[in-house]
Structures are given as C-alpha cells and as structure tokens.
Design a binder for this molecule. Structure first.
Ligand code: SF4
Ligand code: SF4
Ligand code: FES
Length: 621
C-alpha cells in the first residue's frame, strides 16, 4: 500500500493534457510521442530510436502545441500540464512534407530502378533479371505477370522505354531487358509446368470485354484472377487485336501469339471471335447480361494525311495493309512503294512490303532519324533489308494518272523548337518541292478510333472519355482503356491500362469506392553521370542472334532469341540499381503518404559520405 507521501508524489506527477481534442492523464517525463502512442495516435518518425537520446534531427514528427512559438518535435518534447497538442493540422502536414523533401533532396539513392520507373506497367525488371541470374525462371515469369501477362509477346514487340532509361547506358550500353523477358517468357511457355496464377474464389460477377487487343486481354486476365466470369468479344477471326493484325509475323509469330493468349483462356476466359459490337451484340444487351464492361476497342482506322490525291488508287493506310497480311491474304504491293511515317507501324509496313516483293521501298519521315518513334533496332533491320529512309521530308500532294497514284510531291523540312510531344517541330523549307516516284503509297501516320459505335461520350479528339480517377466512361459500369482512350500507344501501355481497369472493375463490383494508386514514390540519383561508373568493369551487351538478311524473304521470325547461356551472361550485366529497402522503408512510405516532390530541392550540392558503421546500431550510408 502506498504511503501518503508517495500518493502525493504520484498526484503531482500526473499531467492533464489534451491531444487532438482527447483529454488524457500523462506522466511527467513522457514525450508527446510517448503519450500519442499510448492512446493510439500515430505521429510519423524517422530518426527516433527508443535506444538513443532524442536528437530531433529529421523533423517529421512535428506537432502543434497551443501557445508555443512554433511547431515542436514530438519525439524530444516532454509533455507539460494543461498542454494542448494537435498532430494533424494542414500546416503541420505541410511542414512534415517540407522536412521530408529536404531529407530526400540529399538522399542520393534510387528507391526503384530507372528501368522499372520507365516501364508504363512498372514491371519489376530488376527483380526478374535477378531471378534469371539465379536460374529461377518460373519465378521470374510469376513476377513479370504481376503487371504484364505477356512476357513472350512484349519481349518481342516492346518499344523498350526501360532500356532507354537503363543505368548501364552510363557504363557501356543498356542491359537487354526485353530480350531477357522474351527468353524467360519463351522458357515458361515451352515448359511442362508453366506458371499458372492462383485465381480468387468465384465472385459470381460477369465481366464483358470488347476487343482482344493487349488492353482487353490484360483486363480479362486480371479480372479472371480476381474471380470474375469473363467473356471477350472480338470482331475479327483471330484474337490479339493489333498484336495479330498490326505486327507482322517476322517480329511476332502467330503461333507464339496464340500460345501466350491461351494462358488467358486457361483461366476460364471465353474469347468469342467474329463477334462485332453493333452487329452481333449491343451495349444495351451487354449491360443487361454483365455486371461490368471494359471497352478495349483500340484505334484501328488509318489516319489520313488530308492532302490532294489521297483518294487515288494505290494510296492505302498502313493498318489496312498490315491487317490484310494478318488475315493471310498476301496483298499485292507495287514495285516502288513509298511509306509515310516514322513509327513502328510505318517500319512494319515498309519491311512487309519488301517481303511481299516490292523492288524499292522508301520510308518518308518529316523529322530526323533521332525523332523517329520506331525503335532503333527496327530501323536498323529495315535498312539491312533494303528500306531507304527519306528523312526531313513531307508529302504535299499525291500525284497520279488515270486515277492511279504514280508518285508524290514532297517538300523538305527543317526542325525548330520542341513541340508538346518534346520532339522538335518540323516546318517546310520554302521552294524545296521535289518529286518521288511511287506506284503505291502507304500512309502509316497513326490511327483513329470508332467511338460512335460504343454509345459512350467522346472527347474533342474523338477518343473515349473517361474519368481518369475511376476509368469509368459516361456509363458507370462501362470502363475503358488503351488506344481507344489515349490514342495510338504502345502495347505495354495498353497492358498497363487493361490491368488498371481490372482493379477499378474489381473495386466497383465489390461495391467499394474506386481508388487507384498513383505511381509510387521513388527517390532518384539526380545528376548521375558516366563519372560515377568509371570503375565499373565494362561488358558489352550480348547480341541477339538473328537470321541472315538473305534468308529474310518470307515472314519467318528474324530474331531468334537468347540461349540460356546468353541470357545468363546478359543478366549478369544488371547493376541492381533499385534500393534493397524499397519494400520496407519508412522514408519512402512517408514520402508517398505526404505526396513528396523528390525534385523540389533538386540542384543543390549533394553530400557524399563513406559508409560509417562505427556506432553499434546506427549506420550512416
Ligand atoms: S527505399 Fe528508402 S532507403 Fe531506399 S532509396 Fe528509397 S527512400 Fe532511400
Ligand atoms: S542496370 Fe539493371 S536495375 Fe539498373 S536500370 Fe538497367 S536493368 Fe534496371
Ligand atoms: S523522429 Fe522526431 S525529429 Fe526525427
């Protein structure tokens, strides 16, 4: 039993405080942080460690105390009687954000590797390259398929923004990330015990997907994993959308495409081919029979130049001719073919024309080679096959005789300041007109969308209008993504959009408010240069084996794929740029939570330290 003296002492040591409006009896000697923790109020901390004396250096635990001259650090401020504390005001949140931004400004590190950050699907390239390095191929595929169901396809056709961003470019040349993905995707597809994802239990909900292109199939794949009953409607005889009808078989063999698409049907997804919206079903009928609809109709109508002579016989759209090839029709091409455009579709059209027997194929592009959206390797392979590039050139009209095209009048272009796409804007050079002979002209400058068929609202640019936060169209249970929303984009962009839509659909079907995560926060090594890698041993990228130019007559696949030995050698080149703490880091989590702008104080002098491990449990890196 306590003595009177002891009772008096206890009484005097009890402090009445108020924290976020809640009254509490605190003990003398407790910090604001201790008291908050005791009553379940979370105050963020970074430098605080109960084993060491509070130092108050990171300032992310700032709180407001009534009557104080400024914000106080909760970890080092002891409570006082009648103290009124507020931990969650807007001003405090702003100050914490500022503290985090100051910390990040001198935190020379990459949470996520640049290759991962550059990928529209945020596929963990560093992770799967690491698994390939250890020979854990099925696990590598499992990791890829968390964000991209089609490693073998994308490993062949991706525009590879990850490789452009790869840090290894500062040492010698990029890691061939996509070819590694292709290797492991092929390995898994051809193995007896290929990776099969675990499905959630049957939700009892039905999802209709219109279009079996990369966006539609990606949405179908993840929706099936989420336990929904999915039906895909495809207007054409084969599944794959632009993957089937827009990419020639020498880049993406049809049997490989079908095989990887079968990993979607294996999940129970029903792909109904030759079923077109408007002809075989309507939006009304789908809404009656399904709980949610995803529109992944792509952009399939060739854009026009809008210049004189475009209706002449022999002037065609790039997607139209690629579609004919996809349908196995072997269209007739002219002797002298001119292809207009600088993207992958233009290159595909030009290379296909060579294979279909054209004697001379000229690719006309209005900017320079540096600005061509097509991937460098595709341009190089096209040149090897005889395609001539006519750069800084734009057609001003198509020429013809008796209703048939026989050439183009072109004008030379020069480059000015960058436009909204970041590429330098081309403008015509006065009086520079000249003629190019051609008995076939293929316009491959982009594609349009048939929005009107869908009955949902469109944007001014004739794309499907969606709410960017929920991906819902003007009809709430109808979602959309891919080219139909953003215009012609990459296959990996469409895959990312399809997956995102599957998350939105899943939340919607569960009756939840749709909340899609933004790209996750990542600190970045600003100002990194070749100098930082001067001691890194050089090792050139392993070349992709390909068939000889003389053998590239038909539509046989040109690139043959890495052997296991080659893949392992290439995987070893990865610098493992992303931080090992990326999935378990308070600084990163708080930066995400407080919406930190990692670039806010960019440009100041970065302090570099050697690792200091003298302290028993604090290591300065
Ligand atoms: S995960 Fe954490 S420790 Fe690693 S780089 Fe990002 S913020 Fe820094
Ligand atoms: S070196 Fe490896 S981790 Fe770094 S960017 Fe390249 S592929 Fe990614
Ligand atoms: S946790 Fe309080 S100042 Fe760092």
């Amino acid at each position: 039993m306590a003595t009177v003296k002891e009772k008096t002492k206890t009484k005097t040591e009890t402090l009445n405080i108020e924290i976020n409006g809640r009254k509490h009896a605190a003990k003398k000697g407790q910090t604001i942080l201790d008291v908050a923790a005791e009553i379940g109020i979370d105050i963020p901390t970074l430098c605080h460690d109960p084993r060491i004396k509070p130092y108050g250096s990171c300032r992310v635990c700032l709180v407001e105390v009534e009557g104080a001259r400024g914000p106080l650090v909760a970890c080092a401020t002891e409570v006082a009687d009648e103290m009124k504390i507020n931990t969650e005001t807007d001003a405090i949140k702003e100050l914490r954000k500022l503290s985090l931004e100051l910390l990040i400004s001198n935190h020379w590190a990459d949470c996520i590797a640049p290759c991962v950050k550059a990928c529209p699907a945020e596929t963990d390239a560093q992770g799967y390259i690491g698994l390939i390095n250890q020979g854990r191929y099925h696990e590598a595929v499992k990791l890829i398929k968390e964000t991209n169901p089609f490693p073998a396809i994308i490993g062949r056709v991706c525009t590879r923004p990850c490789e452009d961003a790869c840090r290894r470019n500062l040492v010698d040349e990029k890691v061939s990330i996509c070819w590694l993905k292709r290797f492991v995707g092929d390995f898994d597809l051809n193995s007896e015990n290929r990776y099969r994802p675990q499905k959630a239990k049957d939700s009892g909900k039905k999802v209709a997907v219109i279009g079996s292109g990369p966006a539609g199939l990606s949405c179908a794949y993840y929706s099936a994993i989420n336990g929904h009953d999915v039906t895909v409607f495809e207007a054409k005889p084969e599944a794959g959308g632009m993957l089937y009808y827009g990419i020639p078989a020498y880049r993406l063999p049809k049997d490989l495409l079908d095989k990887e698409i079968s990993t979607v049907t294996e999940l129970g997804v029903d792909i109904q081919k030759n079923k077109a919206l408007g002809d075989d079903f309507t939006m009304e009928s789908l809404q009656k029979d399904y709980d949610a609809v995803f529109l992944g109709i792509g952009a399939q109508v060739a854009s026009k130049m809008g210049i004189e002579g475009e209706d002449l016989d022999g002037v065609l759209g790039g997607v139209d001719i690629l579609r004919e090839i996809g349908l196995n029709k072997k269209p007739e091409v002219g002797r002298k073919v001119a292809v207009i455009g600088g993207g992958n579709s233009a290159i595909d059209t030009a290379r296909s024309s060579v294979r279909l027997g054209a004697k001379e194929v000229t690719l006309i592009y209005r900017r320079s080679r540096n600005e061509m959206p097509a991937h460098e390797i595709e341009i190089k392979e096209a040149e090897e096959e005889g395609v001539k590039l006519k750069l800084l050139t734009n057609p001003s009209r198509f020429l013809g005789k008796n209703g048939k095209v026989n050439g183009l009048e072109c004008v030379r272009m020069e480059l000015g300041e960058p436009d909204e796409s970041g590429r330098r804007r081309p403008s015509p050079v006065k009086g520079s007109e000249f003629k190019i002979e051609a008995d076939m002209v293929i316009v491959a400058i982009g594609q349009n969308i048939e929005v009107e068929k869908t009955g949902v609202k469109s944007t001014e640019r004739n794309r499907i209008q969606i709410d960017n936060n929920t991906l819902q169209t003007s009809i709430p249970n109808v979602f959309a993504g891919g080219d139909a929303v953003v215009g012609p984009d990459t296959a990996i962009g469409a895959i990312a959009a399809g997956r995102r839509a599957s998350i939105a659909i899943n939340q919607h079907l569960a009756g939840e408010k749709i909340k899609l995560e933004d790209k996750s926060f990542s600190a970045e090594k600003f100002g990194i240069s070749k100098e930082d890698f001067k001691d890194e041993p050089k090792a050139k990228s392993v070349k992709m084996p390909d068939i000889k130019v003389s053998e590239r007559k038909g539509f046989k696949e040109v690139e043959e794929g890495y052997s296991e030995k080659e893949a392992l050698k290439e995987a070893k080149r990865c610098l493992e740029c992303g931080c090992i703490k990326q999935n378990d880091c308070d600084l990163r989590d708080l930066s995400q939570e407080y919406g930190v702008d990692a670039t806010r104080f960019e440009g100041g002098e970065m302090l570099h330290f050697d690792i200091d491990a003298r302290h028993p449990f604090v290591k300065q890196d």
